[in-house]
Write a protein that binds this ligand. Structure first.
Ligand SMILES: Cc1cc2nc3c(=O)[nH]c(=O)nc-3n(C[C@H](O)[C@H](O)[C@H](O)COP(=O)(O)O)c2cc1C
Length: 183
């Protein structure tokens, strides 16, 4: 066990000890996630996308999902003014796409197979799933903004997912639930 910020004699009713940022980040990294690329179509920028692991389900009825984007991100105003976004849940063989959509100054859609979704949203070919959303609301979340989407359509493909754990991509073993499992 790694204890990052131990305060000897700390009791719950004491003033909270300072949280070490590295401990916080490290603990978050222990939560394994899938990887999404959030895509949208913007009047000014055209099709746009960013890699995000902050995605999660929010509500079944109504069907809502959420993710968060750094307030300082170039893409935040784009996603705020777009009325729709699509969640592309990446497949195990799409690590390069994950890296590309987190890199500035490159053509993120170059040579990508893209399908047109609802409201002309770009959907990345070869993904494990697509979840097309209308932007329901945005909420403040510290140095991030939370984007809530109302799910309009969801489609899945028989592909194993790309996983992320402790700051790195995680290989996935073949699983009987998916055909053509990752190498
Ligand atoms: C695996 C991975 C997950 C990421 N998840 C998020 C996220 O959930 N929210 C976020 O704001 N940035 C996240 N990022 C960083 C953005 O993808 C990156 O800052 C990107 O450049 C944002 O696009 P923009 O510069 O066009 O705004 C992640 C990056 C990687 C590699």
């Amino acid at each position: 066990m790694t204890i990052h910020a131990q305060t000897p004699g700390y009791r719950a009713d004491d003033t909270m000890p300072p949280l070490a940022p590295s401990a916080f980040r490290d603990a978050l990294g222990h939560f394994a996630t899938g990887i999404t690329v959030m895509t949208t179509l913007d009047d000014e920028e055209g099709r746009y996308g960013v890699t995000a692991t902050s995605f999660s389900s929010l509500s079944l009825d109504p069907p809502l999902v959420q993710w968060s984007l750094r307030n300082a991100a170039y893409s935040l105003p784009i996603f705020q003014r777009s009325r729709h976004f699509a969640v592309n849940i990446l497949a195990a063989d799409q690590e390069a796409i994950s890296r590309r959509f987190a890199t500035r100054g490159v053509d993120r859609f170059a040579n990508l197979e893209v399908e047109q979704g609802l409201a002309e949203m770009p959907l990345i070919g070869g993904a494990a799933a697509w979840i097309e959303c209308a932007l329901e609301t945005t909420l403040p979340g510290g140095d991030h903004t939370i984007l809530v989407g109302r799910v309009l359509r969801a489609r899945t493909f028989s592909k194993p997912p790309l996983l992320h754990w402790r700051g790195d991509y995680l290989p996935i073993k073949n699983d009987p639930r998916v055909s053509g499992g990752a190498a």
